[in-house]
Write a protein that binds this ligand. Structure first.
Ligand code: ADP
Ligand code: TRP
Length: 328
């Protein structure tokens, strides 16, 4: 069976966009492939989080991903820093990763602009750590957002380069994976672009019905359709796009009809939308709360995940050592 690995950036809580755009795909993949997921806490050190930040965010992420339906028996989840084998591969890859190419990575250049006082070597070698995460699993597929494409290209480059230098056919080139037909982009409720943490326009999976309903009822709308069957302006299309993700096709068709016949009442639509978002979020929220209250369970998931990951990567590391000329 094809192998899948993906790293989860430990930044904040999951929102509706993360759920429909990423996590739901993970949940679906765990039935189709041999999956593993990990919390990329070593990567997060580039921004110098506090020890408390680190401990808390791993726990939150674990609880939220499990609540969304990741089943650790099908798809083990581990914390990157629990599987130290990756560091050895990271070191080997770094020996053949060149300053020029690392400096040309767009996300590195962006960080240099955003945080000129903290351009550390970890930031520069982010792509080689990510490549090590993937290559040590000999992964075939990596579900990632479009913003990770360049890092994925670097991973393929490092794989090819290793094979060429040592004249072996050892690493295969990992492919980015999207369920393209399902690639939904959830917009914000503020009439602007996508729902995103830095845009401050998120509906979070931990939020209760009241908070969510209030947010939806405050969503930006306009004066209403000016002609029958007209195109929808962005603010209105946004509501329909979210509705498409959370509501039944009948509900969506009903409000589309109302739009087309100029009979739409935004208040009614928002009420329905709030209800349907809550129907998706409430069961997840309840599970988040239950998992967060169960430290022992979260710890056992992470421990088992790390054991499974270490079993899976041990062979790679010893083979790589041998290829390079060290004792296996
Ligand atoms: P944020 O933009 O809120 O910081 P991240 O960048 O951490 O979210 O995204 C994590 C994953 O969730 C990525 O795979 C990304 O493509 C997906 N994602 C984030 N926001 C959305 C959205 N509004 N619609 C669809 N997918 C999204
Ligand atoms: N760079 C990824 C992100 O920012 C997280 C990540 C780290 C990752 N290592 C990975 C993703 C390996 C996939 C595979 O979202």
């Amino acid at each position: 069976m094809e192998r899948v690995i993906s790293g989860i950036r430990p930044t904040g809580n999951l929102h509706l966009g993360n759920y429909f755009g990423a996590v739901k795909n993970f949940v679906r993949m765990q039935d189709e492939f041999e999956c593993m997921f990990f919390i990329a806490d070593w990567h997060s050190l580039t921004t110098h989080p506090t020890p408390d930040n680190i401990r808390r965010s791993a726990k939150t992420i674990l609880a939220e991903y499990l609540a969304c339906g990741i089943d650790p028996n099908k798809a083990p989840i581990y914390v990157q820093s629990d599987v130290k084998e990756v560091l050895e591969l990271y070191l080997y890859l770094n020996m053949n990763a060149y300053l020029g190419e690392l400096e040309r990575v767009t996300s590195f250049k962006e960080k240099v602009r955003q945080q000129p006082d903290n351009v550390n070597a970890g930031l520069l070698t982010y792509p080689s750590l990510m490549a090590a995460d993937i290559l040590m699993h000999k992964a075939d597929k990596v579900p990632v957002g479009k913003d990770q494409e360049q890092n994925m290209e670097m991973a393929r480059l490092f794989a090819r380069r290793f094979n060429r230098i040592y004249n072996v056919e050892y690493f295969k080139e990992p492919q980015s994976f999207y369920y393209t037909s399902h690639a939904v982009k959830i917009p914000g409720l503020d009439g602007s672009g996508k729902m995103g943490k830095s845009n401050g326009n998120c509906i979070y999976l931990f939020e209760d019905d009241k908070t969510i309903t209030k947010k939806v009822m405050r969503a930006v709308t306009d004066a209403g359709p000016q002609a029958m069957n007209s195109d929808k302006p962005e603010v209105i299309q946004n509501l329909f796009t979210i509705m498409e993700a959370v509501s039944s096709p009948d509900t969506l068709a009903y409000f589309n009809d109302k739009w087309n016949t100029c009979e739409i009442r935004y208040g009614d639509m928002k009420k329905q939308l709030a209800q349907d978002i809550c129907a998706v979020v409430a069961p997840i929220r309840e599970k988040i709360e239950a998992y967060q209250a169960d430290d022992a369970f979260l710890e056992s998931v992470a421990k088992q995940g790390a054991e499974r990951a270490r079993e899976r990567v041990a062979k790679t590391i010893s083979e790589v050592r041998e290829i390079i000329g060290f004792h296996a």
